[in-house]
Ligand binder design. Structure first.
Ligand code: ADP
Length: 471
């Protein structure tokens, strides 16, 4: 089966979060099962672009409203990702270093999507499935079905995977000309709450809609930033498929970012060496339990709660633990986390920014991972942490609920709390510090989480069954 994935991110070319990890690995697993899956994404100016060889596969011309633009599609020559990787370039819009965060993101991603569909329209043999990810690719199903120039594509099956429904890419009807000449009777297929809403449009137009965990799929019906009635109405075509993790990248026995490799047999010594490296680098003592947080410093992740949680933990539990925070995001939270360094007694440090190598070392060297998310569609951090023997402390929500069982429950192995609230998180930290000193239990839980299987095998199979159900 030929499958084209369209996404704004794909690891290792460009990644801002979990979307990049998923699109960078799922197609390879689909191909290992005998399919021809490929990925098209924008050609940002990231280091990957300059360190690989490319061939031009298509040059085209199309329009964004009144602006006529040229675009180029290039393909990575060596196929090193295990799938054909295509980048689409548009000078003046996509030739930037970052993935998101520009004032013209609407124009950038509209133009990208128009060019993708225009390119697809030039294929002699069309794919069976076009699989779009998140709102940056979510106008594509509408364009394929209702834009006159692309009628040839209208019967290709489309599937939307929602990695995060908080972001929907909505824009005003004043920009209606951004969408190539379309059947105006179909206005309702673009609209939600008086705006053009790409995510809502794809939910309406796609043959199937998935999100990255069952619990998140259920939560969307009551909490999806305004789309609740739409999820309720379309529930018949919606399902949850849990993300897998790519063991070629996330494996403590081979990880290229860590010096001290380990597996199930020597994790205690291996983890301690990574912990020692981290503690030396951030001026901490490796005798205490090390709690880490890795992620976007935004409300969704509960990052704003961390400063109070850390100072309350020191006040009420005592200076029995170390905290290390890696992330970037809301300026207020960044400032508070930096400010907290003034109360550190060699037991708190923060690194503001994005650092892939440091994140791997932290998963390897930490004892506990904090994830007090308010919203967590799937969450990959807890899966990586467990693979590296780091016990997750998670809030009972979304994919966290589907992947972590509290150690007090039968078969449990993590620490789960109910609310994204300072008291609940601090209490979870207290439980973790108590666990840390019971070495036998602590080690048996670490052994258990390293052995859990969150590989792509099962999830890749579920996507294929879904495609087959309507292809
Ligand atoms: P989301 O996509 O909502 O940000 P996920 O848990 O799905 O959350 O994925 C987060 C991914 O991004 C993980 O691979 C995590 O290690 C990585 N990540 C997030 N912030 C940083 C950072 N500051 N430095 C390095 N890696 C990060």
């Amino acid at each position: 089966m030929q499958i084209l994935h369209v996404s704004a991110e794909c690891y290792p070319v460009a990644k801002a979060g979990g979307l990049g990890d998923v699109v960078g690995s799922l197609p390879r697993f689909q191909n290992e099962k005998g399919n021809q899956a490929s990925v098209i994404m924008p050609m940002y100016r990231t280091p990957y672009l300059y360190s690989h060889e490319w061939e031009v596969v298509h040059k085209g011309k199309t329009n964004l409203g009144h602006w006529n633009f040229d675009y180029t599609v290039i393909k990575e020559k060596s196929n090193e990702q295990g799938f054909p990787l295509f980048l689409l370039d548009i000078n003046g819009l996509l030739d930037r270093e970052k993935v998101y965060g520009y004032s013209d993101d609407t124009e950038r991603f509209c133009a990208f999507q128009i060019a993708v569909v225009d390119w697809l329209n030039s294929w002699t043999e069309l794919p069976a499935i076009v699989h779009v990810h998140d709102h940056h690719a979510a106008l594509i199903p509408f364009m394929m079905q209702h834009c006159y120039a692309f009628k040839r594509l209208q019967f290709i099956k489309t599937i939307l995977t929602i990695h995060n429904a908080q972001y929907q890419g909505a824009f005003g009807w004043d920009k209606t000309t951004y969408i190539p000449h379309w059947d105006s009777w179909k206005r309702g297929m673009l609209e939600w709450n008086g705006q053009i809403n790409p995510l809502a449009s794809a939910i309406k137009c796609c043959w199937k809609v998935t999100t990255v965990s069952n619990t998140y799929m259920n939560e969307l019906k009551t909490m999806s930033n305004g789309l609740e009635p739409l999820f309720e109405y379309e529930k018949g075509k919606c399902s949850g498929i849990l993300n897998g993790i790519d063991y070629a990248v996330w494996n403590p026995a081979t990880d290229k970012y860590i010096d001290h490799h380990f597996d199930l047999n020597d994790f205690e010594a291996g983890k301690l060496k990574s912990k020692q490296l981290l503690c030396d680098r951030f001026g901490m003592s490796a005798d205490k339990p090390l709690f880490v947080f890795i992620g976007r410093l935004v409300g969704e992740k509960g990052a704003d709660l961390l400063p109070q949680v850390i100072s309350d933990s020191f006040d009420y539990i005592g200076r029995k633990m170390n905290f290390l925070i890696l992330g970037s995001g809301e300026p207020d939270t960044e400032a508070q986390l930096k400010g907290l360094q003034s109360i550190s007694q060699g037991d708190y440090a923060t690194y503001i920014g994005y650092n892939e190598a440091l994140s791997h070392l932290m998963y390897a060297g930490a004892d506990f991972l904090l994830m007090p998310s308010r919203v967590e569609p799937c969450g990959l951090n807890q899966l990586y942490a467990m693979r590296y023997g780091t016990i997750p402390l998670v809030r009972r929500t979304g994919g966290l609920l589907d992947t972590v069982i509290d150690m007090g429950d039968p078969g449990g192995y993590g620490i789960v709390f109910n609310h994204a609230a300072v008291g609940d998180i601090t209490q979870a930290i207290y439980r973790a510090t108590e666990l840390y000193v019971q070495k036998t239990t602590f080690n048996s839980l670490r052994e258990k989480i390293i052995s859990l299987d969150f590989s792509w095998e099962k999830s890749a199979e579920e996507y294929l069954s879904l495609y087959k159900s309507f292809a």
